[in-house]
Design a protein around this ligand. Structure first.
Ligand code: AP5
Length: 217
């Protein structure tokens, strides 16, 4: 299965991607995580991406597209994948379509997580991420047993640099201007399904898996 998750920052894409990819046994490919790994490792890609990410702007398409092509060419992505955070605008979606066509493949489904802006701001202001295993937590909605420590692996939790209120507002503007046109793009392609992404995490996971079930082969 080849799945794209789409939705505003804080919609729960990373949270749901963990469960969906493990349930369907397909790799989760998050462009945000790949960029953050490169920033932390201080690679050339990371140094370039850092300034855009800190502002909440998109990293330029030519860089992102090359990175995604490399990742999708890897062995574990040949039978399917779950893309989280890519595509982020219509040109990236068109490039993905051409890339997959070169490999005689196409997207199975695009799952939109629908949630309003006030909820997004509440979610992002309390988000904490594990440095070691990248598991996402929330100080109120999904707290770890011990403050600052990941229940899954014992790693240290941190707050992302782009989760300040000002940057979150800018990321929402970028989403509305550049990413939300993907909804119409994928509706025209006949692959879009939207689900209500509010309520407890487990309920959203159940809705997501139910929406994806008809596409599982
Ligand atoms: P990226 O990492 O993709 O960030 P994003 O899209 O802004 O999404 P987030 O990771 O902020 O949110 P999410 O939807 O994954 O929510 P989460 O599950 O964490 O991108 C970061 C940057 O990288 C971009 O700004 C850009 O610069 C660059 N970039 C990445 N991809 C790019 C591309 N393709 N092109 C160009 N640039 C690119 O949940 C959020 C919080 O809510 C958590 O605390 C979680 O515990 C909590 N939560 C989740 N679900 C629920 C629920 N049901 N109820 C209550 N709380 C919940």
């Amino acid at each position: 299965m080849r799945i794209v998750l789409v939705g505003p920052p804080g919609a729960g894409k990373g949270t749901q991607a963990q469960f969906i990819s493990s349930h369907l046994a397909i790799p989760r490919i998050s462009t945000g995580d790949i960029f953050r790994f490169n920033v932390t490792s201080n690679t050339e890609l990371g140094r370039m991406a850092k300034t855009f990410m800190e502002r909440g702007d998109l990293v330029p398409d030519e860089v992102t597209v090359a990175m995604v092509r490399d990742r999708l060419s890897e062995e574990d992505a040949q039978e399917g994948f779950l893309l989280d955070g890519y595509p982020r605008n219509v040109p990236q979606a068109e490039t993905l379509k051409k890339m997959l066509a070169e490999w005689d493949a196409r997207l199975s489904v695009v799952l939109e997580l629908v949630v309003d802006e006030d909820e997004v701001v509440r979610r992002l202001s309390g988000r904490r991420t594990c440095r070691r295993c990248e598991r996402v937590w929330h100080v109120l909605y999904d707290p770890p047993t011990r403050d600052g420590t990941c229940d899954d692996c014992g790693g240290e939790l941190f707050q992302r640099d782009d989760d300040t209120e000002e940057t979150v507002r800018h990321r929402l503007e970028v989403y509305n201007e550049q990413t939300s046109p993907l909804i119409a793009f994928y509706a025209d392609e006949g692959v879009l399904i939207g689900i209500d992404a509010t309520g407890p995490v487990e309920e959203v996971t159940s809705r997501a898996l139910a929406a994806l079930r008809p596409f599982v082969r």
